[in-house]
Design a protein around this ligand. Structure first.
Ligand SMILES: [Zn+2]
Length: 223
């Protein structure tokens, strides 16, 4: 595996300079969504470390345009999301750019957990455990979207090394308490998050925890 090295924190907007216009703690296991306007910075903070944050993006004005993991990885020729990653839509447009990342790298290959996948991986007794797919369904339904609108997502703070033989593994997370990732919206995007409830593998350290989302307006000079 040749994951990119953790990059130094270089937030697009310093919280010390300017107060966030939005600041919210997503409870453990819960969904969340909000429109991030073009130029705004979205920060996701892994408050306690080792918490997977399953994330989708849609064009806020046309939900048929949405994040494409395949196009994003193809464009950057790199298997992980980190500082400098450009998040590309299924129509080839730039949706958001990662401007800072203290955790190092993030998966966008392993998808979101579901009740169905849980039963295959962990046994039928997990069939009724809450999963990311249910979070996405609940949140997307607020915007008139359904199962058909769930596409491959980003798993912020989830550690999925690609083995030399090509196998994807879900192993202990590398994020520390307080690690964060910043993204600048390059179009008006609807961001939909599932704060992953999985307790059957190490993606959340077997203990789902809250995460924080903050939004800053762009610096006045760039408006
Ligand atoms: Zn999950």
């Amino acid at each position: 595996m040749s994951a990119p090295k953790a990059s130094a924190a270089s937030p697009g907007v310093s919280p010390a300079e300017k107060a966030a216009i939005y600041d919210y703690i997503i409870p453990a296991t819960a969904p969340w969504s909000r429109v991030i306007h073009r130029g705004q910075i979205l920060r996701i903070v892994d408050l306690e470390g080792q918490q997977a944050v399953d994330t989708l993006f849609y064009n806020a004005h046309d939900y048929r345009e949405r994040y494409s993991a395949q196009d994003t990885l193809l464009a950057q020729e790199q298997a992980y999301i980190t500082t400098g990653s450009r998040l590309i839509s299924n129509e080839g447009n730039l949706m958001a750019a990662v401007t800072a990342d203290t955790a190092g790298y993030h998966d966008t290959s392993a998808g979101a957990c579901s009740c169905e996948a849980n039963t295959v991986r962990f046994g039928h007794h997990t069939r009724y455990m809450h999963a990311c797919r249910e979070n996405f369904l609940l949140e997307l339904s607020r915007y008139g979207m359904t199962k058909r609108d769930i596409v491959s997502n980003i798993n912020f703070f989830m550690n999925v090394p690609i083995r030399p033989d090509g196998e994807l593994a879900i192993v202990d997370g590398v994020s520390q308490p307080g690690d964060y990732v910043d993204m600048r919206a390059e179009m008006d995007v609807l961001c939909v998050i599932s704060n992953c409830p999985q307790v059957n593998n190490p993606c959340n350290g077997f203990r789902p925890t809250p995460v924080r989302v903050q939004i800053w307006d762009p610096p006045a000079s760039s408006k």
